[in-house]
Design a binder for this molecule. Structure first.
Ligand SMILES: NC(=O)c1ccc[n+]([C@@H]2O[C@H](COP(=O)([O-])OP(=O)(O)OC[C@H]3O[C@@H](n4cnc5c(N)ncnc54)[C@H](O)[C@@H]3O)[C@@H](O)[C@H]2O)c1
Ligand SMILES: [Zn+2]
Ligand SMILES: [Zn+2]
Length: 329
């Protein structure tokens, strides 16, 4: 392993907000060099740099048969073992079958996607989760048309990747929203046209957002995973607007919205899992955009740490500090 990002999904598990089998080696946003391959494996090859995909399709379920592999509910990744049900670390599970918070890992061959040469290992790691999740939510799940107005609520690695995706999609206005002022600067740095500090009540945030976007943004991306901000995303929609839910709440949480105006105004809510990713196609494509400067992923990495610092990294994340902390090996 060369690098592993620290994603809020790791923190959800760490803090018991999602129930996962233990003991488990965490981490699902990583890149490394292939040291050895199993019998019959043609790709990747030994020596290649790969980014790791955290969702390997089962290949047989209804979603997989339709080619919508990012929806696969039966993915072996959700069992946190290798494909044969064995564990790579002697009885200890591998989060999403890849366990990137480790110096070395054993992963399914299909999870290891070779990248073009020249990509920084930290950026390669981020392609494994937050970049693919955010850019894909905008460009694939929602397929935002050029000229649309977009708002992004929550500016961690996932939300800033939504901002970058909105730039590539040709959005006319991109309003970036967070409660931490430094995150607004980071968003401007990757192409947000406007920013909004969400330090007041939701009503005033919605009113300010409507003012900035001629009555409300065509698309609102929620990239936090709190019922209050999910409700904010839906409340801010203009007639015909779409809320795209990317952030993931603790299991069991509910959100509410007023039904009549939602239906009357033909509004929509979409859930986006893994940015509708087809990793073998999308990872090299996004890597190409990193290399030609269209996706300034390097600028998301604002702290490089060692594996021993991971508990501190989680605490920083709880407090809303840093965009993306990356463990380097
Ligand atoms: N849908 C998917 O496939 C997918 C994939 C990866 C991550 N996620 C989820 O996306 C979410 C974001 O992940 P991340 O790693 O970017 O998280 P992060 O913790 O780095 O970023 C969250 C941001 O939200 C801000 N924030 C928190 N509460 C706020 C509030 N009330 N108002 C305004 N801003 C607020 C924080 O300041 C921070 O900047 C998580 O829930 C994660 O589990 C989903
Ligand atoms: Zn993640
Ligand atoms: Zn499947």
């Amino acid at each position: 392993m060369l690098a592993s990002g620290v994603c809020h999904s790791d923190l959800h598990v760490r803090d018991g907000e999602w129930d996962r089998p233990t003991p488990i080696v965490m981490g699902h946003e990583g890149a490394g060099i292939v040291e050895a391959v199993g019998p019959g494996v043609e790709s990747p090859r030994v020596g290649e740099m790969v980014a790791l995909a955290w969702l390997i399709p089962c290949g047989v379920c209804r979603s997989c048969r339709r080619g919508r592999t990012w929806e696969c509910p039966d993915s072996p990744s959700y069992r946190h073992t290798l494909l044969d049900g064995e564990t790579a670390f002697r009885g200890v599970r591998s989060y999403c079958a890849i366990a990137t918070m480790a110096e070395a890992s054993v992963v399914p061959a299909d999870a290891a996607i070779p990248l073009p040469e020249g990509v920084d290992p930290g950026a390669a790691a981020l392609i494994g989760c937050c970049v693919t999740t955010g850019v894909g939510a905008v460009m694939k799940t929602a397929a935002v048309p050029a000229g649309s107005t977009v708002a992004v609520i929550g500016l961690g690695g996932v939300g800033l990747s939504c901002v970058m995706g909105a730039v590539v999609a040709g959005a006319s206005r991109i309003v970036a929203i967070d409660r931490v002022p430094a995150k607004l600067d980071a968003a401007r740095g990757v192409g947000a046209t406007d920013t909004l500090l969400a330090d007041g009540d939701a009503t005033s945030t919605v009113a300010a957002l409507r003012d900035m976007t001629d009555g409300g943004p065509d698309f609102v991306f929620e990239a936090i995973g709190r019922p209050s901000t999910v409700e904010l995303a839906i409340a801010a929609l203009p007639v015909g607007g779409t809320a795209v839910l990317v952030g993931m709440t603790p299991v069991g949480e509910r959100a509410a919205f007023e039904v009549y105006p939602f239906v009357d105004g033909a509004r929509r809510i979409i859930g986006s899992n893994y940015g509708s990713a087809e990793p073998a196609i999308d990872f090299p494509r996004y890597a190409g955009w990193v290399l030609d400067g269209r996706l300034p992923v390097d600028s998301l990495i604002d702290r490089r740490i060692g594996l021993d610092d991971v508990e501190d990294a989680f605490q920083q994340m709880r407090e809303g500090r840093f965009v993306r902390q990356v463990i380097e090996f």
